[in-house]
Write a protein that binds this ligand. Structure first.
Ligand SMILES: [Zn+2]
Ligand SMILES: [Zn+2]
Length: 233
């Protein structure tokens, strides 16, 4: 969505953020139902650790998870970071369309089994740095995480701090991402013997999830799992 589209939508009916056709049915707010229906789900077979789609029947883990042991036990994602799902995440994150969080929350609970969420003793969101939080005004992951916690009647602990600024991860290599994120999260809170579910918006290499899990385990967590809205493949 560019500025012209943004201005036009003030005077004209809203265009779908994905296909640009005018929306007649606002069930999914800023994307049309046709595009929403086309959101790609995570189809099996997938890596049993990180849910990456795999095409081999000879293994149940992806190469990344075989090569690099993860601090979290599992991570699941509700859909593929593409099309209308990517657009909705952008609208929430970069255009401040906070109502989109409800659409994404519903998408998660429709595509992730309740047992996976209900396993946890408590839920924590991936934090933003102070600077980004100030610029954006809200943490999209916190909004979604809180809805999931309310839904599953779990305590929601927004107590992990991001203590360093990081470069955007998307243009970095695997090694650079790891380095970029190392030691960025911190907390004083004890998670002794707790089963913790981390919520994030997009899962890419797992560097963020891994760093979060490391901090939680260091603070006593029994086991850590992750859940994100989307996975970029
Ligand atoms: Zn559309
Ligand atoms: Zn994997």
């Amino acid at each position: 969505m560019n500025l012209i589209n943004g201005l036009l939508s003030l005077f004209y009916p809203t265009q779908c953020g994905n296909c640009k056709r005018y929306i007649k049915d606002f069930k999914y707010l800023y994307v049309c139902p046709e595009c929403f229906e086309l959101i790609k789900k995570i189809k099996k077979p997938v890596c049993e650790i990180c849910s990456k789609p795999i095409d081999s029947v000879y293994t149940n883990m992806c190469l990344e998870c075989v090569q690099y042991e993860k601090k979290f036990k599992y991570v699941k994602q509700a859909g593929i970071y593409d099309g209308a799902l990517k657009e909705l995440i952008h609208l929430l994150k970069f255009y401040g369309k906070k109502r989109v969080a409800e659409v994404l929350f519903k998408f998660i609970i429709e595509n992730i089994e309740f047992e996976y969420i209900n396993w946890s003793d408590l839920i924590v969101p991936v934090p933003l740095s102070k600077k980004v939080l100030k610029q954006r005004g809200f943490n999209q992951t916190e909004i979604i995480g809180r809805k999931i916690a309310d839904y599953a009647k779990k305590p929601f602990l927004n107590v992990i701090k991001k203590i360093k600024e990081t470069q955007p991860q998307n243009k970095l290599s695997r090694e650079e991402r790891m380095k970029n994120l190392h030691g960025v999260f911190n907390t004083d809170v004890s998670f002794k013997n707790k089963k913790v579910l981390i919520i994030d918006d997009v899962y890419t290499t797992g560097a963020t999830m891994n760093e979060m899990a490391e901090v939680l385990l260091k603070n006593g967590a029994l086991e850590v799992r992750g859940l994100t809205v989307a996975r970029s493949v």
